[in-house]
Design a protein around this ligand. Sequence first.
Ligand SMILES: Cc1cc2nc3c(=O)[nH]c(=O)nc-3n(C[C@H](O)[C@H](O)[C@H](O)COP(=O)(O)OP(=O)(O)OC[C@H]3O[C@@H](n4cnc5c(N)ncnc54)[C@H](O)[C@@H]3O)c2cc1C
Length: 508
Amino acid sequence: MATKTFSMEEVAKHNTKESFWLVVDNEVYDITKFVDVHPGGSQILYAHAGKDATEIFYGLHRQEVLLKYKRFKIGKIEGAEPQISIHQPGDLSAVPYSEPSFWLGYKSPYYKESHEKFRTAVRKFIEEEIKPIAAASEEAGKSPSNELYAKMGAAGFLAARVGPGPWIKAFTPFGVGVEEFDYFHEQIAHEELAKMSYPSFADGVGAGMVIGLPPVFNFGPDWMKKKIVPEVLSGQKRICLAITEPFAGSDVANIQATAVRTEDGKHFIVNGVKKWITNGTFSDYFSTAVRTDKGITMLLIERGEGVETEQIKTSYSSCAGTAYITFTNVKVPVENILGKDGKGFQVIMYNFNHERWSIIAAVISSNRLVLEECIKWANQRVVFGKKLTSQAIIRFKIANMAAKIESCQHWVDNMTYQMTKMKYSEQAIKLAGPIALLKFMSTRVSTDVSDDACQILGGRGITKGGMGRVIEAHQRTFKYGSILGGSEEIMADLAVRQAMRSMPNSRL
Ligand SMILES: Cc1cc2nc3c(=O)[nH]c(=O)nc-3n(C[C@H](O)[C@H](O)[C@H](O)COP(=O)(O)OP(=O)(O)OC[C@H]3O[C@@H](n4cnc5c(N)ncnc54)[C@H](O)[C@@H]3O)c2cc1C
């Protein structure tokens, strides 16, 4: 259908409550039915009736608002075209530093065409299928539905987030086959999900699986891998990792949950509690650290009699299903051991590198999104008659953020490259220290980024929704990255202790 065109003179005639038109970026909107329900009140609108409201609109609204109310668009100004690009699902951003450099035309030794196609497809999938549900779910504290999990499973998005392995053959995430799929594809999947900027919902759609399934496919017996891995990756079932207890967080070796063998030796009876278990409220399986007579042991526990989960309210929404779990006389077959009886500590440590690396990818990506928002805002916000970008101190803050984010990006790409070249066991030895150091670095960067971003956005940076939505969500949740999967102090300490292991007998 041909787009109707109007002259500005014609638009100007519609300047009353009964017929209220205005123009945003050369497109004409009839908002007569909207004036009285405008969230900012009707009064603020009257000064713009029948006029071009582009500057004031973008000064006060995110572009999403235009898309939300596109039904009011009736045509465009004759002889003129929209000048401001409208983001479409899957689009890259051309804002400086808003994407890792390869995506903006720079060369890379790591990324190939299949990564490029994968990123576009993943971004489109998230923007079309996950993001539209995320906002309302975060507000309501509602966990992701079974339907959404099934969709993610069918697209191969869940499989992509646990990385390369035989399961890729069955799920071919977004068309990438098992021969091609590598840790860079997985990194992209974590980065893109973080870019949604709904942190609790993002954790709700599988953070438990990212850390809870690897113990099954790396250490579980064959029967378990055959049953559980496809159930979880297709989205039929959920899994999480249950290590932390009220008595043992950083100090994993201090866990107190017990698993006692029955007299016939066929089962364990598990008793104990677990705290802050991501996705725990809606998980079917729990990769759980317990203490047997042989020492710390990992067990796969299925939800059933004696397993109770309760929501813990944290700074972000309840979508993530953060749980307090009570195991009371839970009967678990001995075949459910992950690895060996008494060797659970190794399983836990083995798992940590991948968990921390996935957190790092998400942290850097969410910092980058914050930077993009700051650059856009500083370029459009006029204060004291000048754009914020015309102030040297604001440019300094942008530089401060960009430099740190770029450094972390190059570092994580290097870690990912090492992961593509090393066996899992080699990674566990050689990468534990550097990954811990990078996690420490990237979450320290989050702290600085949040600080700078809040200052650039001003009041909006601490206001829920609206222009500062991303910045506010980031400042409320960046600490999750600093604490989960090993807190900053522990990461810094581990990194240096690991480094000192290979310290030569060298003197000043
Ligand atoms: C929202 C959320 C989700 C989580 N999800 C999961 C999950 O899915 N599965 C799971 O098992 N756990 C999960 N956790 C637990 C998380 O891994 C722990 O919170 C984390 O390991 C830190 O343990 P803690 O909170 O008990 O802190 P503590 O161990 O009590 O430490 C408190 C502070 O002291 C510092 N500290 C501790 N020891 C030292 C030291 N030797 N030197 C210097 N400083 C030290 C720490 O860095 C920390 O800042 C989650 C936690 C939260 C809040």
